[in-house]
Structure formats: C-alpha cells, structure tokens
Write a protein that binds this ligand. Sequence first.
Ligand SMILES: NC(=O)c1ccc[n+]([C@@H]2O[C@H](COP(=O)([O-])OP(=O)(O)OC[C@H]3O[C@@H](n4cnc5c(N)ncnc54)[C@H](OP(=O)(O)O)[C@@H]3O)[C@@H](O)[C@H]2O)c1
Length: 322
Amino acid sequence: MRYARLGGTGLVVSRLGFGAGSLGVGETLPGLVKNIDLETATRVVGKAMDAGITMFDTSNKYVNGQSEELLGKALGDRRGDIVLATKCGLPVGPSTLDKGLSARHVIRECEKSLKRLGTDWIDVYYAHQIDPEAQLEETARAFEHLVTSGKVRYVAVSNWPAWMTARMQGINERMGHAPIAANQVYYSLLGRQVERELIPLARQTGLGIVVYSALAGGFLSGKYERGKEAPPGTRRATFNISPKFEIEHGHDVVDLLRDLARQYGVAPSHIALAWTMQRPAVASVLFGISREQQLDDNLPAADLVLEDEHVAALDAITEPTE
Ligand SMILES: NC(=O)c1ccc[n+]([C@@H]2O[C@H](COP(=O)([O-])OP(=O)(O)OC[C@H]3O[C@@H](n4cnc5c(N)ncnc54)[C@H](OP(=O)(O)O)[C@@H]3O)[C@@H](O)[C@H]2O)c1
C-alpha cells in the first residue's frame, strides 16, 4: 500500500480507499438492492485493513444509515487505526429540515453519525453536496464548531465546484477556521471534468482530492461487453447510478485497459485505479464493492504504478473534448 498526505494537512491516508457505500441489506431505492450484512462487512473491512487501507468512506445517507452502523461495528476496537470519513447534506427524511448545510442540520447530523458509527470523533467530515440556499459563512461556522468541540478533526466538501470551494477556503482563512482539507469528487478515465478547474485549484492551495467512482461504477472493470446485455446482477443491469459517458467511447477505453492489463499481468480495473491514483493532487481513490470477491479483485491495484508511456496512451484516448 502507498500513502499520501491529504492535501496540505498532516493527515496520512492510503492511496486506495474503501468506499463503504454498499454496506447494508435491502432495497434502498426501487431496483437498488444492497446485500452486505454485518458478517460480510466485518470480513471485508478486516481484509481491507490487513491490506493497509486506512481510508474508509461512508455517509449519513448510504443505505439509510446502515452503512455507518455496519462500518462502525465492523471496525470495532480497530477504529483508532484508520481514517474515518463521513458526510452530511443529502436528504435523509421528508422534511425541509432533513437536508442541506444549515448549521442546525450539519451539527445534528454529525451527532447522529457519531452514534451510528459508535465513535467519539470523525476524522474527515464532508458536506456531501452544495446547498445553494445556505450561506457559506453559516456552514463554515458549523464546521468550525464541530472541530473545536472535538467531534471532527478535518472538514471537507464533496461535489463542490472549484469557485465555491475557493470561496469557502477564503472564508475559513479570514475567520481563522480549520481549512477545507479535501474535495471528494467523481474522477475517472471516463470523466475528467475536474481537471479543468478543481485540480488546478487543489495544486495551488493544497486542497486534497479524494476520488469516487474511479471504475465508473464498475464499467472500467471490463465486465461489460460491447453490443451485449449487461450481465445480470450488475449495476448497469439493475439500477444504473453509474456516471454518464458515451458508451462506444467507453468500450474503446476498456479495450485499451484490457490490452495494458495483459501487458502488466493484472486486471483492467487495476489499470483504471492506478491511472487515477497517479493524477496530480489526488490523495486517495475510493472503490466500491457489491460483493466480497470484488474487494479481493481490487486490492492488488494498490501497488501498481503505470509507466509514463502507458499513462500518456490513456491520457490521449480520454482527453476531455469540452
Ligand atoms: N461523494 C459522493 O457523492 C460519492 C458518490 C458515489 C460514491 N462515493 C463513494 O465512493 C465509493 C465508491 O463509489 P462507486 O461504488 O460509485 O465506485 P466504483 O468503484 O466506480 O464502482 C463500484 C461498483 O463497481 C463494481 N465493481 C467494483 N469492483 C469490481 C470488480 N473488480 N469487477 C467487477 N465489478 C466491480 C460493483 O458493482 P456491481 O457488482 O453492482 O456491478 C461495485 O459496486 C462509494 O462507496 C462511496 O464511499 C461518493
């Protein structure tokens, strides 16, 4: 396993991180079925830790709170050995008070997350998405309260555009608050939009980038064949929450991944994860699993380093056009 500082902070995180978004059991949305119970969760979390993963990511939203509960239980007395990240802001109930980044909601949700996780502190606490109605100063004050009260070590944002992140950084600086440690964003060979503004901001200001869906929801594992139906039980066959991309282009990229995978003697998913880990400003790349085997399949990616010429080939075929 390789490790990096989370942006300009002193916090060291594993370059490959465990996305706990699928821990839980049941149909959370029509067609979206999760099937990882406590026993399996305990095994996969233990295995991930044994492999050197220290970055664990969840949210108050995932599987209606089950993800936090199972992750907390699975970590057990090893909780102090890892970096625990969770999030708030997405709707968690029917009321207008059940979402967003007001001070009221942020602080209340943090307290609920601490309970579900069974811990006294959260290492990285994210605003899961923007709240266009809340003033950034208010969210910044709530974040600072969580830090000074010892509930949270580092505050962060997710899915925030560069301009808003920069504005929040300015507010924190002016108010003497803890800085924004990271922005967690979608970034993959099939989605490089963050390279235009957010990555330059991160490189300028020491903002850490944490990546999600680097496998484009599993597409870059190479399990989908051109012109064929998605295999039963996969994300694309059931509840396709994968990021959007042009499908023929996606298959062209997978063809190259398969070719490189043969050369390195690894799986296509390893090439996709390694490419993302090697991008500037990226501290940690999260992967998700829907079954235990996928953890075993993805872990070896942690140590793969791609040659410059292969990175260049992947860059060329995925160059953003807009
Ligand atoms: N901040 C945010 O807004 C946000 C958004 C999304 C995710 N996240 C975080 O990032 C984590 C990962 O996100 P993600 O699940 O979208 O990412 P992903 O790693 O791109 O996709 C994971 C999915 O790909 C498939 N897969 C994974 N490994 C595979 C393998 N070796 N072979 C074949 N298929 C494989 C599985 O789906 P199937 O088996 O079902 O096909 C798995 O559920 C989440 O758990 C969460 O912590 C954050």
